[in-house]
Design a protein around this ligand. Structure first.
Ligand SMILES: C[S@@+](CC[C@H](N)C(=O)[O-])C[C@H]1O[C@@H](n2cnc3c(N)ncnc32)[C@H](O)[C@@H]1O
Length: 361
């Protein structure tokens, strides 16, 4: 019943709410505390009893309490020491043993191995009256820097999540100044570069509308999106990738292939544990103009270009490309077939082992 694409949530019963005395000790009065009822369906649907649920922004430990009520283990990371202490005290009152580490990913790892990451992201633009901890996302002044930090944190989440595990993040779009800032959609894009997107659910909170304080970036706080992602290797369409590589060669762009796609071309499917997730290309960066032409060519063929998940468009400074291991160019057709080319610069990859194969046009 509660696995529909929208959920109408009732406020938590008093015994699950953040106790008034803990709320009173918080700088924001617990305004950003979520509901246990918001988390429970996701714990049930995306983990099994006995598994561990991790919240990288665990605040008052609502997710960890929801995990315990569903017979899962929990653990969290929270950057604000006072919040972390409130979360621990709340759990102790419920007799729940779920460690909360004070700090932030990636420097502070999850205190337990986990199979589900479930969280409410800290909203950009929140007026945070608490401590000025370095890395506190509530204090980030710049939206692009905020998204970059969020990306780094979820990158660390992915590193520790086993294959097949889910990462679920909740957020809504914001109002900043006189315009909407599409935080939920940008978060979807950031996570979509790290995980496979599975579904969205709309959470509707049945509560009286909360008056919006001037400058409050949230709406009347009666809805959020739950964005459901899974750690799974994406597989590219091998035939479409070969066709694209041939087209690239025919358009006059040279490259050398390496990595799993080259291996597949040379030895066939049996040689790989799983199908390639991308095609790794090395490009000669002795001719910046040719690289610029290639980026325009890819752009005109409707490839999405990105550096570590951040979209880019030509022209692109070669130094910026060289700062990254590769530039990703990917496109998906209406049958869902994915072509993903990771374009590395030969001078940057000089330390790679000998390239096993050249693909001739
Ligand atoms: C929306 S609140 C989480 C509330 C939590 N879902 C609950 O209901 O108990 C977001 C939390 O993220 C914390 N936070 C902000 N930046 C962080 C970072 N870089 N690493 C870890 N926690 C962070 C904030 O201090 C805040 O407590």
């Amino acid at each position: 019943m509660d696995s529909r694409s929208w959920l109408l949530l009732e406020p938590d019963p008093p015994e699950h709410r953040l106790p008034d005395d803990l709320r009173a000790r918080d700088g924001l009065g617990g305004r950003d505390c979520g509901w246990v009822a918001q988390m429970r369906p996701f714990v049930r649907h995306f983990s099994r009893p006995g598994e561990t649920v991790f919240d990288p922004f665990c605040g008052f430990a609502t997710t960890l309490l929801a995990a315990a009520l569903e017979d899962r283990r929990g653990c969290g990371v929270e950057i604000d020491p006072e919040r972390a202490a409130l979360g621990r005290e709340r759990l102790a009152r419920h007799g729940v043993d779920a460690p909360i580490a004070t700090g932030s990913l990636p420097d502070t790892p999850a205190p337990r191995a986990y199979s589900l990451c479930l969280t409410n992201v800290p909203y950009f633009g929140c007026r945070w009256p608490g401590r000025d901890e370095a890395g506190q996302l509530y204090l980030e002044r710049d939206y692009a820097a905020y998204l970059q930090r969020v990306r780094d944190i979820f990158h660390a989440v992915r590193e520790a999540l086993p294959q097949g595990g889910y990462c679920i993040a909740m957020a809504e779009n914001l109002i900043v100044g006189d315009r909407m800032l599409p935080l939920a959609w940008d978060l979807g894009r950031v996570l979509g570069n790290l995980f496979v997107a599975r579904e969205e659910r709309l959470l509707c909170y049945a509560r009286p509308p909360q008056p919006r304080a001037p400058g409050d970036p949230r709406s009347d706080r009666s809805h959020e999106y739950a964005l459901v992602f899974q750690k799974q290797p994406e597989t590219i369409c091998l035939q479409s990738t070969c066709d694209e590589l041939d087209a690239m060669r025919a358009a006059g762009f040279g490259y050398t292939l390496h990595g799993s796609f080259a291996h597949w071309l040379a030895h066939g499917e049996e040689a790989l544990k799983r199908p390639p997730a991308d095609a790794d290309l090395l490009l000669d960066d002795g001719d910046p103009e040719a690289l610029d032409r290639l980026l325009h060519w890819l752009h005109e063929r409707h490839y999405e270009l990105s550096l570590w998940g951040e979209p880019v468009r030509p022209p692109l400074r070669l130094e910026r490309w060289a700062e990254h291991w590769y530039l990703r160019a990917q496109r998906r057709d209406r049958l869902g077939r994915l072509v993903r080319l990771d374009l590395g610069l030969a001078s940057r990859h000089a330390q790679l082992p000998p390239v096993p194969l050249q693909r001739d046009g």
